[in-house]
Design a protein around this ligand. Structure first.
Ligand code: SF4
Ligand code: FES
Length: 246
């Protein structure tokens, strides 16, 4: 096996440069090195000016998402050897403004998460037994959607979000479903306006790229399709019961 691999890395300072350029670095090709290890080698040994985000190095924090050879990936969970003999191209996540080099602005994503009120909503905060009990089957109903690490790979992969920044997007909708489907939650009506709006689930044309890109098998495309059924049923009910079902 070759002992090094060339990493072509996007460099960009939007306040000083008109467009990104690619810079090449040769890094050791070790079988236990992820793309992130290659970037850390560049930063530590070759060029301390390179900027990128990471934290946990174990696929949990969700901060190391980048575009690797054209695909959105967690760089701590993607190995250099998979791209041998190289070169391997590393660019920022698509569909987000670049702050510098491989760092993107996550402001729009953070705002969208809060729109869906991602917490347990109770009409009555009384807990007679000290906790809200839940069966394993009830847990199973939303567990998959709770595995999201907010890495934004799904937004980077989504062509609809790429065309329309107002689309609520895959992870926010999956997160809404994580709470809507939780037996302890009573807030699905509070989330309905955001989810049923024209920028909510109906913007999705079920391309499915979000679920392909997701490193945690959250299946946001499935969450969106499931909510479309819920929204359609609620609309039908409102026609049949014109006084809001009362
Ligand atoms: S749904 Fe998957 S791809 Fe999207 S933010 Fe969550 S973990 Fe990342
Ligand atoms: S560094 Fe935390 S998920 Fe990659």
């Amino acid at each position: 096996m070759a002992r090094s691999i060339t990493m072509q890395v996007a460099r960009y300072r939007p306040d000083r440069e008109a467009e990104p350029t690619m810079q090449s670095y040769d890094v050791p090709l070790r079988k236990d090195w992820a793309i992130l290890d290659g970037l850390n080698h560049i930063k530590d040994e070759l060029d301390g000016t390179l900027s990128y985000r990471w934290s946990c190095r174990m696929g949990i924090c969700g901060s190391c998402g980048m575009t690797v050879n054209g695909e959105p990936k967690l760089t701590c969970a993607t190995f250099l050897t998979d791209y041998a003999p190289g070169p391997v191209r590393v660019e920022p996540l698509r569909n987000f403004p670049v702050v510098r080099d491989l760092v993107v602005d996550i402001g729009d994503f953070m705002a969208k998460l809060s729109v869906v009120q991602p917490w347990i909503i109770r009409k009555d905060e009384e807990t007679p037994d000290g906790e809200y009990l839940q069966t394993p089957a009830e847990l199973e109903d939303y567990k998959q959607f709770s595995m999201c690490i907010n890495c934004m790979l799904c937004y980077s992969a989504c062509p609809i979000y790429g065309l329309n920044e107002h689309f609520l997007g895959p992870a926010a909708i999956a997160l809404a479903q994580r709470y809507n489907l939780d037996s302890r939650d009573q807030g699905s009506a509070d989330r309905m306006d955001a989810l049923s709006a024209s920028t909510g689930v109906w913007d999705c044309t079920y391309v499915g790229e979000c679920s392909t890109a997701c490193p945690k098998n959250v299946d946001p495309a499935g969450a969106i399709q499931r909510y479309k059924l819920t929204a359609a049923t609620e609309t039908l009910k409102s026609f049949l019961m014109p006084r809001g079902g009362r």
